[in-house]
Design a binder for this molecule. Structure first.
Ligand code: NAD
Ligand code: GLY
Length: 359
């Protein structure tokens, strides 16, 4: 097992990474002493892994809330049902929530923990690669509004993140690829050496080589932990973690959140951001080909639906980075160095969108 720390003074917490950790009662005991624990999972993950987590919580009062699977259930309606369970079981302020699942379960469980009695303890046991490297770390919790994703939420840091790499064995290939998109993102925003490592190790990662996956998870979590420690509430650097997301959001929204997984849309968005950075003179054409080759090596699609540039721009306007009506974009100064820009030429954005989404 390896342990990293998200350094947030009295709210600092560990990220444990290793095989078999979801059944480790000592780790869970160190994360929370709560007697009452609400284990939140979904209908796909719970039959696979809830029992081992329950066993690791032996001696406590464990109640389960098993959600239907899917992004459409990351809603206020689902959260309300979970609040009902907490109240029906008379859980108090000293209770804890344990999220066992991917980003959907983790975001919703974190939101519930943030709101219930104004905030109770919360532990993340992520089960997808995307959740391992991104959503379980950093305390962004949310549910979706019918009009836009992640619009209702709170910052609420977990007490611990317990990443059990064994759980990735049952994850479908497509979900592994979606997680790799977020991993590539870390290399692009701040670590060109990691990008090179990914180029060399992509085959191993796709084959789920445990050592390669663990190394990629550790490096990704370290990068995210460092950024969150510097800028927990996204007043600055944390926004760089959204590289590719504003473009990816247009893809997800245009396809009504079916057809493209979040990580897949981010992958295609990474290429669009790279291409726009090239069009602005910050990257060479060879850098764009290199990023496309890496995404394709990960099995990721890089051609968004041909919805047209105007429609793509409309979707991009519903973004939390919009300030005074202006879409702020995360772009690349060079491979391994991202920046946030509001004063890009509109003409270049328009050309980029036309190249990728059609006229
Ligand atoms: P997900 O939670 O929907 O999981 C993907 C699929 O894999 C689901 O069908 C799930 O049931 C299944 N699954 C999960 N673990 C499994 C396992 N071990 N074996 C077999 N099947 C398994 O999707 P995701 O990609 O993990 O998360 C996407 C969500 O995360 C989005 O809602 C996105 O907004 C959010 N997100 C949040 C943050 C953040 O900082 N909070 C960051 C990135 C993404
Ligand atoms: N996934 C982006 C963030 O956590 O800030």
């Amino acid at each position: 097992m390896q342990t990293l720390t998200v350094g947030l003074a009295e709210r600092s917490y560990p990220i444990h990474v290793g095989g078999g950790l979801s059944g480790d009662s000592k780790l869970l005991a160190a994360a929370t002493s709560a007697r009452d624990v609400l284990l939140i999972s979904n209908t796909v993950v719970a039959p696979l892994y809830a029992e081992r987590v329950r066993n690791a919580l032996a001696g406590r009062n464990v109640v389960e809330a098993i959600l239907p699977d899917g992004e459409q259930h990351k809603s206020l309606g689902t959260a309300e049902k979970v609040f009902d369970v907490l109240i029906a079981n008379r859980f108090g302020r000293d209770a804890a929530v344990l999220a066992l699942g991917g980003g959907v379960v983790g975001d919703l469980a974190g939101f519930v923990a943030a709101c219930y009695q104004r905030g109770i303890d919360f532990i993340q046991v992520p089960t997808t690669l995307l959740a391992d490297v991104d959503s379980s770390v950093g305390g962004k919790t949310a549910v979706n509004h019918p009009a836009a994703k992640n619009m209702i939420g709170a910052f609420h840091q977990p007490k611990a993140v317990v990443i059990d790499t064994d759980l990735l064995r049952t994850l479908p290939d497509r979900e592994i690829q979606a997680g790799i998109a977020e991993i590539i993102k870390y290399g692009l925003i701040c670590d060109v050496g990691f990008l090179e490592w990914l180029e060399k190790n992509m085959t191993k990662m796709l084959a789920r080589d445990p050592a390669a996956l663990e190394q990629a998870i550790l490096r990704s979590c370290q990068i995210k932990a460092d950024i969150v420690a510097r800028d927990e509430r996204e007043h600055g650097d944390r926004a760089l973690l959204n590289l590719g997301h504003t473009f990816g959001h247009a893809i997800e929204a245009a396809t009504r959140y079916v057809g493209w997984l979040h990580g897949e849309a981010v992958g295609a968005g990474l290429l669009i951001a790279t291409d726009m950075s090239h069009r602005m003179g910050m990257l060479a054409a060879g850098d764009v080909s290199r990023v496309k080759a890496l995404l394709n090596a990960a099995g990721l699609r890089t051609e968004p639906p041909r919805i047209g540039a105007a429609a793509a721009l409309d979707f991009m306007r519903i973004d939390k980075k919009v300030q005074s009506g202006r879409i702020r974009l995360v772009l690349l100064k060079r491979l391994g160095a991202a920046c946030m820009l509001a004063d890009y030429p509109d003409q270049i954005l328009s050309e980029t969108l036309t190249a990728h989404f059609g006229a």
